[in-house]
Each structure stands twice: as structure tokens, then as C-alpha cells.
Design a protein around this ligand. Structure first.
Ligand code: NHO
Length: 367
């Protein structure tokens, strides 16, 4: 039979987007049964596409974008362009844009499938969440977002499998942020390497930024909102209609006086003046033989969500994490008191792109 063709449209070509392009080129080479035709790629400023859906060379896409003088299509025009493509289309959203996320129901209801690491669609209003999954169900288009939580770790697929097979999730808790995992593993290690003294809190934050773990303004990690978004996604998948990531308590690690600092740099410059605060938290835990970690948890039975500092015995799996790893404990009826635990790299371009590529393969297998 004729080779199946699927059109791919990509919004966003930053850290994750570039890694995804590399994985897409390798996938196209490995799966000759499906012809993966890149027909549209855009950043916030420039796009590459043609009205006749001519195939864009995947390996050359970044260079073509750099050389392009074409403006991106407005979202409604992009929906129209993709909806009449001569074959099925998968949209890959590698941005963190709320505008793109808000348009998912329009793409999906026109039969365009979506794969994405963007958390915004799944942490907006609960109505947007319902619109997205209802639009997909009505048109038969697929939507997957594995990398919106835990990067490439098989977390969202596992939570969905638990629910779909009739298990009941009772509680999920974990270390959801690669940045905050790294910070606490360095600042308050459970098993310090001999001769290596942990730095002051401000020094560890500066190191994390230099290593590229934090957002450009580290306060975007330290205010806890990234964790709150991920927890919102897991809670909704577990059956709680959480209204928004601001509808439950989230402990910010930014000293009140520095909330209003005009830039990330000003925040980092003044942070050493407040090192006492975190030093006290660490010492209080140490006194009980414990370490402090930044944790998100949802108790499904009582519908309670919270994000903040907690102390753990040094032998607890949360205390013994390494680097910027994530860990998630899933408590369910079926698994009883020993949770199903998923652990590993939770941030970084390649592992995040892997979640997106894995989702794309799932869609290709179904359309
Ligand atoms: P970049 O590098 O800023 O790239 C964004 C691209 O989107 C750029 O090309 C920009 O021009 C384009 N863009 C933005 N708005 C647009 C618009 N309206 N129209 C067209 N193009 C637009 O961002 P990243 O790092 O590549 O991230 C992409 C997405 O992946 C984001 O939604 C991000 O949240 C998500 N993501 C990234 C990571 C990561 O490690 N980089 C992770 C998960 C999801 O697991 C990771 C994580 O959570 C890291 C977290 N900070 C932690 O745990 O510590």
C-alpha cells in the first residue's frame, strides 16, 4: 500500500524544540513506513512554511528559521492552514505560551492532534481542561502531554493507566522541580561527601543558575508555581477538578522583602542578606536527624493539595535523590501501602523532548 503521510507542525524552537527536531529526524529515518512531513515551524518571531505544504528538511529547519523573513501565522490562520492539509496533522507545541494553549480546543476540534511539554493548557481554568479533552473526544484527534510533568519520565501515562484500568489513586507526593531538587540535594545533603561542605543557600541558588537549571529569573522556580502547576495536572488526572494552581497553599521560598526586586540579578545580589532564614530551617531539621525537601502532595481522598517544605528521615527515598532528579510516589488501592515510585531526570532538553517524541509515536500509532 502507499506510504502513509503525516504532517508535522512545530511551534517553538528553543531548548526543548531544538532537541525535539533532532529526535524527529532520527524517528523519520527509523520509521520509513510513515512519511513525517514537516510543513510548518515557527518561533515567536519567524516562521517557515509554504501554502502547498511543501516538506521542510528537518535537519535544516533551524537554519531555515534563522534565514527566514516570514512572520508566523496568527493562531486562527494556523488552525485553518493545518485543518485543510492533504493528510493528518500533528501539532507540536514547544512553547510555554498561554495564547497557544488557549487555542488547543480550536486545533483539536478541527482534527489536528497535539503533543506538548507546555503546562499552560493543563493548568489554566478547569473549563479549558474540559474543552481540550471534549474537543479531542468529539473529533477523534489525540492530545498527549507527558513532558508537562517530570520531563520524559513515564508519569502521566502511568497515572492514566492506573485510572483507566480501574485502580483508585489515593495520594501522590513527590519532588516535582528539577531546580528545587538540585538546590536541596546540595544545600542539605542526606549523605554529604566527606570534606565537601554545603554552601550557603544564596550560593547554591547562584550555582544552580550558572548550571542552567533555573529559569532566567530564579524566582520563577523558587516561588513554587512550577511545582503547583505540575501538581494541578496530576490532581486533575486523579479525578479532582482543581480550579487553578493558585487555589491551594503554595509556600514561596523567596524572602518577602525580595518579592518585589526589579530583576533576577537584583534578587541574587541581595539574597545573601537572608541566608539565615534557610539556615534556620535546615538546622531545625538537622536537630531531629532529618533533612528538608520541597514537596508537592495531593491527598485524593480528602481533596487536599499543598506545596512546600517538609522534613524527611535521611533514609527516606526523597532524602536520597541525586542531582536534579524528580521522584513521584503514587499511592493507590491496588498498590496498597507500598507506593509505585517513579524516579529520574526531571529537567533538561533531551529528556523533555523524549516525552514529546514518545507522545508523537503514540499518536502515529493511532491515526
Ligand atoms: P525556550 O527555550 O524559551 O523556547 C521557547 C520557544 O518557543 C522559543 O523558540 C520561542 O520563540 C517560542 N515561542 C514562545 N512563544 C511563542 C508563540 N506565542 N508563538 C510561537 N513561538 C513561541 O523554552 P524551553 O526550555 O524550550 O521550554 C519549552 C516548553 O517545554 C515550555 O513549556 C517548558 O515549560 C516546557 N518544559 C521544559 C522543561 C525543561 O527542562 N527545559 C521541562 C518541562 C517542560 O521537565 C522540565 C522542567 O519542568 C524544568 C523545570 N524548570 C524544573 O523542574 O526545574
Amino acid at each position: 500500500s502507499a506510504q502513509k503521510q503525516v504532517f508535522i507542525a512545530i511551534i517553538g524552537a528553543g531548548g526543548v524544540g531544538k532537541c525535539f527536531l533532532g529526535q524527529l529526524a532520527a524517528l523519520a529515518a527509523r520509521r520509513p513506513a510513515v512519511r513525517l512531513s514537516l510543513c510548518y515551524i515557527t518561533t515567536s518571531k519567524k516562521a517557515v512554511y509554504s501554502p502547498d505544504y511543501a516538506e521542510i528538511n528537518i535537519a535544516g529547519a533551524t537554519a531555515a528559521l534563522a534565514a527566514s523573513e516570514t512572520k508566523p501565522l496568527a493562531l486562527p490562520a494556523l488552525v485553518d492552514y493545518l485543518a485543510v492539509a492533504p493528510s493528518k496533522v500533528v501539532l507540536v507545541d514547544n512553547t510555554s505560551s498561554q495564547d497557544v494553549a488557549d487555542a488547543y480546543p480550536q486545533f483539536l476540534s478541527r482534527g489536528i492532534s497535539i503533543v506538548t511539554p507546555n503546562k499552560k493548557a493543563f493548568t489554566g481554568s478547569f473549563k479549558l481542561w474540559q474543552d481540550i479533552f471534549n474537543s479531542a473526544a468529539a473529533s477523534g484527534a489525540k492530545v498527549y502531554h507527558e513532558a508537562s510533568c517530570g520531563a520524559g519520565l513515564p508519569l502521566i501515562s502511568t497515572v492514566n493507566d492506573l485510572v483507566d484500568t480501574g485502580d483508585e489513586i489515593t495520594k501522590i507526593e513527590g519532588i516535582f522541580s528539577g531546580t528545587l531538587s538540585f538546590l536541596f540535594n546540595s544545600f542539605a545533603p542526606a549523605n554529604p561527601a566527606p570534606g565537601v561542605a554545603a554552601g550557603k543557600w544564596s550560593a547554591e541558588v547562584t550555582t544552580a543558575k550558572e548550571l542552567g537549571y533555573t529559569e532566567p529569573d530564579p524566582r520563577d522556580d523558587l516561588n513554587g508555581m512550577d511545582v503547583a502547576r505540575k501538581l494541578t495536572i496530576l490532581a486533575r488526572l486523579s479525578g479532582i477538578p482543581v480550579e487553578s494552581p493558585t487555589s491551594f497553599p503554595v509556600e514561596s521560598l523567596i524572602p518577602a522583602e525580595l518579592e518585589s526586586a526589579s530583576s533576577g540579578d537584583e534578587y541574587l545580589e541581595k539574597l545573601p542578606q537572608y541566608d539565615d532564614q534557610m539556615e534556620k530551617v535546615k538546622a531545625a531539621a538537622e536537630k531531629e536527624g532529618k533533612v528538608v525537601r520541597y514537596v508537592g502532595s495531593v491527598d485524593v481522598t480528602t481533596k487536599t493539595l499543598k506545596v512546600g517544605l517538609q522534613t524527611f528521615d535521611k533514609s527516606h527515598p526523597f532524602a536520597a535523590l541525586k542531582g536534579s532528579d524528580n521522584i513521584f510516589s503514587l499511592y493507590t488501592k491496588r498498590y496498597g501501602s507500598n507506593p509505585l515510585i517513579i524516579q529520574g531526570a526531571g529537567a533538561g532538553g533531551e529528556v523533555t523532548a523524549m516525552g514529546v517524541t514518545g507522545d508523537l509515536i503514540k499518536v502515529l500509532n493511532q491515526i
